[in-house]
Design a protein around this ligand. Sequence first.
Ligand SMILES: *Cc1c(COP(=O)(O)O)cnc(C)c1O
Length: 475
Amino acid sequence: MRTEEFRKAAYQVVDWMAWYMDNVSTLPVKAEVKPGDILSRLQDSAPEEGEPFDSIFREFLDVVLPGMTHWQSPSFFAYFPANSSPPSVIAEMITATLAAQCMIWETSPAATEMEQRVMEWLRDSMGLPSLFEGVIQDTASTATLAALLSARERVTGFRSNESGMQGLPPLRVYCSGQTHSSIEKAVKIAGYGRENLVKTELKSDLSIDPQSLAHLIEADIGLGYLPAAVVATLGTTGTTAIDPIREVGEVCRRHGLWFHVDAALAGTALLLPELRHIADGIEMADSFVFNPHKWMFTNFDCSAYFVKDADHLIKTFEILPEYLKTRTRGEVNDYRDWGVPLGRRFRALKLWMVIKSYGVDGLRAKIRHHISLASWLADQIVEAADFELFAPPLLNTVCFRYTPSGYSPIQLDDLNRRLNHALNDTGQIYLTHTVAGGRYTLRMVTSQTNVELEHVSSAWNLIREMAAAISQKRK
Ligand SMILES: *Cc1c(COP(=O)(O)O)cnc(C)c1O
């Protein structure tokens, strides 16, 4: 493709992008295709001859787009937000054009220094301790892996980096049963072994019970295990439960354990001074992660990872011998040594453009609005006769069940499951479920970038209509 063709094609695509942003709400939220539908429409073997862009783009629109689920639809209430926004999209275009590898300062000084600066912006606007230093990771899963590798090296005095885990007592990691699956994955990859991930008891709000945590650790010490780390969650994916950071931190401090806080989904809420109390005690954490690529209008991937001791992080990951170290303390950061991958995209640019475009105040206004939509929905559920709210939502996630009378608990699980599928099959909204209090529970996350009251209220009307229709049909 010559530059002139690129210019023409790219203008055409930008026009389509703007159309998509304005019209995504009219498309079926969840892709209406069956397994194999798209595969069967993609040619069997790679084309020998190149095609003009027009025909490639037409095929994208006809074949590919119908197989996409529209995460940027304001009626997307499923899983978690994976937000985008116009300034973030523009930044991604620039990043793709520069296509720079930003692994060390030398290979793109501006990318390194902008990353350092935007991470300071985030830290300070979220009220995180000024001691924390930040680095962008691709995902929270990678950040949590970095945390558990750092914990492993701390508890073994860097011995496992040098000579492996042989001969060491089993290292233990603690979390709750509501913790994200990425913790279990990291425990497997980092060599702890899944058997050494210990789940604490829960309080009724599904948060960690710190007393149970303390007992488990003490019992393990008695049995000859080597406790290494605790992972607490600020806003679990299932129900946005908030683990008690200060109390968990005190247990960690007492036993010298690494304390990692996973706030992937809900961390953005710390931009709001009125919600900072949920992170009370955060200065006790060794590491903290949240995803601007979830609730902060920044395209995937962009995960903000903060650590108290950057030197320890670097020592865990650095691959250069002492005499080749490029990090002159206080001079430059070489982010290659702050995580798993060597190569790095210029991700700071989209964060910088998003923060500058909205302003921190603009971000706060949007997040407050999303939280107010969740409480509006919760109010409707409380008032509705045949529905039950799991718990008043503190943030952006509302968990509820359809509970008409005359059904056994198991029948209600089935009814809610069928309601969930029927709603998603309409293409008008998309929501997913969790299990809360042992029951199949519907879950709506009201924090897509452009969600407004009209979207939440039409969703609620649809839910009530379909619920009535489904229970009618059965009778
Ligand atoms: C989404 C989520 C993760 C995983 O995030 P990735 O960036 O996709 O790895 C981890 N923890 C919590 C609490 C989450 O909500």
